[in-house]
Write a protein of this length. Structure first.
Ligand SMILES: NC(=O)c1ccc[n+]([C@@H]2O[C@H](COP(=O)([O-])OP(=O)(O)OC[C@H]3O[C@@H](n4cnc5c(N)ncnc54)[C@H](O)[C@@H]3O)[C@@H](O)[C@H]2O)c1
Length: 257
């Protein structure tokens, strides 16, 4: 069976994390050369090394996506090493917010917007000329169900909502370059960050599970599989879409009479 991303190159931000590392491994298994970007160098190098040991092509680069010079270097190095770029995955996040707006810390708010909204802006800006030079490409941006219903921390939720508007605009503005831009909104996914958070609120976690029609939360690979579809040519007519991968959370619960 042919590999679904054979001959393609991707930059994946936040690649040391739960969903980012799952996407990096899956894309590499499907023949994609992957440039992993993160600020957690030890974990990022480990994922890249694992991919290379399994016969894949991977490099790791330290890149704080809120810093323009580091983002520029990441894309230059990736194109230099792998000969171009076909796929960008905007996945990295910073999240330390406290919840409702009255309790939000101003510095945390600024840093969250810097990483979660300005970061994808910078990465997309640097990716576009490289994708154009290849005759097209796919940009996948991780938002959240938080952007679609009232739930979560103020700055994170605001950034995730902003991403939907920004990345739809990218679809409209750069479709004529054969560049597709799609957003994935995951529900709760069992990454370390997410589980560490919910461990503090066991009763809340039980209530959360009950809100899911499937009565469970998702796995990083279940998001990665959707991202693989959007990265591959199988989704060649899909752009500007907001794709929910949420175990039915937004569909709502069964009504009990
Ligand atoms: N896990 C969930 O429940 C869930 C739900 C909805 C949406 N999402 C979205 O999925 C994506 C991945 O989430 P995750 O749970 O895998 O997160 P994670 O915390 O496991 O990974 C995030 C990664 O981003 C890196 N990072 C932090 N700041 C950075 C910066 N300035 N520059 C570069 N890298 C930086 C971290 O080091 C980490 O490796 C995020 O966009 C998140 O908002 C996750």
């Amino acid at each position: 069976m042919p590999q679904r991303l054979q001959g393609k190159t991707a930059v994946i931000t936040g690649a040391a994390g739960g969903i980012g590392s799952a996407m990096s491994r899956l894309f590499a298994q499907e023949g994609c050369a992957v440039a992993l970007a993160d600020i957690n160098d030890e974990a990022g190098e480990k994922v890249a090394e694992e991919i290379r040991s399994a016969g894949g092509a991977a490099l790791y680069r330290h890149a704080d996506i809120s810093r323009p010079a580091q983002v520029r270097d990441l894309f230059q190095e990736t194109a230099g090493r792998f000969g171009g770029l076909d796929i960008l995955v905007n996945n990295a996040i910073f999240s330390a917010g406290d919840g409702a707006i009255a309790e939000e810390d101003d510095e945390v708010f600024d840093r969250t917007i810097e990483v979660c909204l300005k970061g994808p802006y910078l990465c997309t800006k640097h990716a576009l000329p490289l994708l154009k030079a290849r005759g097209g490409g796919s940009i996948i941006t991780l938002s959240s169900v938080n952007a679609l219903f009232a739930f979560g921390e103020t700055a994170y939720t605001a950034a995730k909502g902003g991403l939907i508007s920004m990345m739809r605009l990218v679809a409209a503005d750069y479709g004529e370059w054969n560049i597709r831009s799609n957003v994935i909104c995951p529900g709760t996914i069992a990454t370390k960050t997410c589980m560490d958070y919910w461990e503090r609120f066991p009763a809340g976690f039980a209530k959360l599970l009950d809100m899911y029609p499937l009565k469970r939360i998702g796995k990083p690979m279940e998001v990665a599989q959707y991202a693989l579809f959007l990265a591959s040519d199988e989704s060649s007519f899909v752009t500007g879409s907001v794709c929910v991968v949420d175990g039915g959370l937004l569909a709502g619960r069964k009504f009990e009479f």
